[in-house]
Ligand binder design. Structure first.
Ligand code: FNR
Length: 181
């Protein structure tokens, strides 16, 4: 029986993305009773107020919004670009708050966690720290636990994630599930 629904959104569009693979790993490692769906941001255009006025909110944004609203918890799995979150992720967050009255039902009080993977040494720590200011603005209820995956190229091998990463993700996920309950 499903008792909790989570959605993990990858902030990378790359096919072999470490972050998308991390989101998939979360889905695989979710315990019984927890359904964890993974979503990417493909199909979301750049935010443009004229486009919004002419055509309204794009279908890809509406679909993602529904998934977030139906989830008990939201996980943003973000790459780090120049010490910040990628434009595609910020762009998606911006669209998801349009029109303005949609912000509260989508993000207000939503249990939210930030995670990220990088081939570098700092586990996307800067991007995660930078995201806090945006997520606070959106009214998310933030999980204080960090999931920072460093040296991702060593952790995701050809046969999948190594044991250390699987343990790291399982433990972190358990904490977020308890926070969300
Ligand atoms: C990066 N990368 C990177 N990594 C990091 O740890 N800190 C950083 O500030 C940056 N900056 C950065 C800027 C730009 C424009 C790119 C394209 C890349 C490297 C980045 O972590 C790496 O490309 C990851 O593989 C991206 O995540 P995905 O696509 O594998 O999920």
């Amino acid at each position: 029986m499903i008792t909790m629904r989570l959605i993990a959104v990858s902030g990378s569009l790359r096919k072999r993305s470490f972050n998308t693979r991390l989101a998939e790993l979360m889905s695989e490692l979710a315990p019984e009773g927890v359904e964890l769906d993974m979503q990417t941001l493909h199909g979301i255009p750049l935010y443009d107020g004229d486009l919004e006025e002419k055509e309204g909110v794009p279908a890809a944004v509406k679909g993602l919004r529904t998934q977030i609203q139906e989830a008990d918890g939201l996980i943003l799995v973000t790459p780090e670009y120049n010490a910040g979150i990628p434009g595609v992720l910020k762009n998606a967050l911006d669209w998801l708050t349009r029109p303005g009255e949609e912000m509260k039902p989508t993000f207000g009080g939503r249990k939210t966690a930030i995670a990220g993977a990088t081939p570098g040494a700092w586990g996307t720590a800067f991007a995660q720290a930078g995201a806090l200011i945006n997520l606070r603005q959106l009214g998310c209820e933030l999980y204080p636990g960090y999931l920072r995956v460093s040296r991702a190229a060593d952790r995701f091998t050809a046969s999948g994630a190594d044991e250390k990463l699987r343990e790291q993700v399982t433990k972190w996920l358990q904490g977020f599930i308890e926070f969300t309950q």
